[in-house]
Design a protein around this ligand. Structure first.
Ligand code: FAD
Ligand code: FES
Length: 285
């Protein structure tokens, strides 16, 4: 067994029932039953299937004839994802209609783990609102004190702001141009919030978004002595620990993550600086 295979954690590992392993490792086909336009760049897709998963886990979504890509789970019953149009695969998905078929495998990866005895601060950038929405629902079900901070360039890119508001969390918004919420970065919104001032240490920060934001939040957690769980992205091919494409230093993001702790990200050479493209070449973030 290779070291990659040894790290492959899936619910059917060790099973001698081939149909169980096939069900986990090969895509199932499903139909799109609803499409919602969320922002100029992001659409939400609802599928004709349910999934048993934890907040922060992801699926590998197969767009037939185009590619297969990791997508965070934004809803489980039915399976829901929110997708930004950035390239060929997401462009093809955005062009699909209700009734069209895709394939999916999963769920994969390590989820967020709620620390129910601490205040929760959920910080989203870009499509990071999607996995954090299911986490917020779970935290509220545990009667936790939940603040959600969302950052975007402009007001109409603030993903899920209204939906979080309806959930009843404390909401902090920031936009780079000041068109809604605090002007600046999401860290500026956090710094201006009375309930999140330095000295308040009984807090766990959960975050998903662009890596420069994650790197800034990692430093903020260290400075304020907060706990932190950060959902990190890397280019993925297999999604379950075999190909090695998603390496971040000595971590395989698809099986050791995508949710990593502050300690797992301390002193990582690539974190905040480099990722790997489809050929495995190291590229600046
Ligand atoms: C665990 C995980 C969960 C994800 N969840 C979502 C989600 O919920 N919604 C969503 O819209 N996207 C999500 N993504 C990102 C999505 O999988 C990629 O953006 C995907 O590559 C887009 O495919 P494409 O063919 O459209 O564009 P590509 O041609 O693959 O990429 C377009 C551009 O984005 C860059 N890029 C692609 N992937 C990454 C990456 N992982 N890190 C840094 N840069 C990258 C490429 O270098 C290129 O510049 C997730 C990624 C991971 C690893
Ligand atoms: S090892 Fe293949 S994507 Fe992580």
């Amino acid at each position: 067994m290779t070291s990659a295979q040894a790290r492959h954690r899936d619910p059917t590992a060790g099973s001698t029932d081939l149909s169980e392993r096939v069900a986990y490792e090969l895509p199932h086909s499903t139909r799109i039953i609803e499409i919602r336009r969320e922002t100029p760049l992001v659409k939400t897709f609802v599928f004709d299937t349910d999934i048993d998963a934890q907040p922060g886990q992801f699926i590998m979504l197969w767009i037939p004839g185009v590619d297969e890509k990791p997508m965070s789970i934004a809803g489980m019953r039915p399976l829901t994802i929110s997708v930004a149009r950035v390239g060929p695969a997401t462009g093809a998905l955005h062009a699909m209609n209700v009734g069209d078929y895709v394939g999916w495998r999963g769920p994969f990866g390590r989820p967020f783990r709620l620390e129910t005895d601490r205040q929760a601060l959920l910080v989203a950038g870009g499509y990071g609102s999607a996995p954090l929405f299911v986490l917020a629902q779970q935290a509220l079900a545990h009667h936790m004190d939940v603040t959600v901070a969302i950052g975007a360039r402009v007001a109409d890119e603030l993903l899920y702001a209204e939906r979080f508001e309806q959930l009843g969390v404390k909401l902090l918004l920031s936009t780079n141009d000041g068109s809604r919420g605090v002007k600046g970065f999401v860290t500026d919104a956090i710094n201006s919030a009375p309930n999140l001032q330095p000295g308040y240490a009984n807090l766990t920060l959960y975050t998903c978004g662009p890596e420069p934001m994650l790197a800034a939040l990692h430093q903020l957690c260290r400075a304020r002595e907060w706990h932190g769980q950060l959902s990190v992205e890397r280019y993925m091919k297999c999604g379950f620990g075999v190909c090695g494409q998603c390496a971040l230093d000595d971590v395989l993001v698809c099986v050791d993550g995508p949710v990593l702790t502050l300690e797992q990200l301390d002193n990582k050479r690539d974190f905040g600086h480099y990722h790997r493209g489809p050929t495995g070449r190291r590229l600046e973030i």
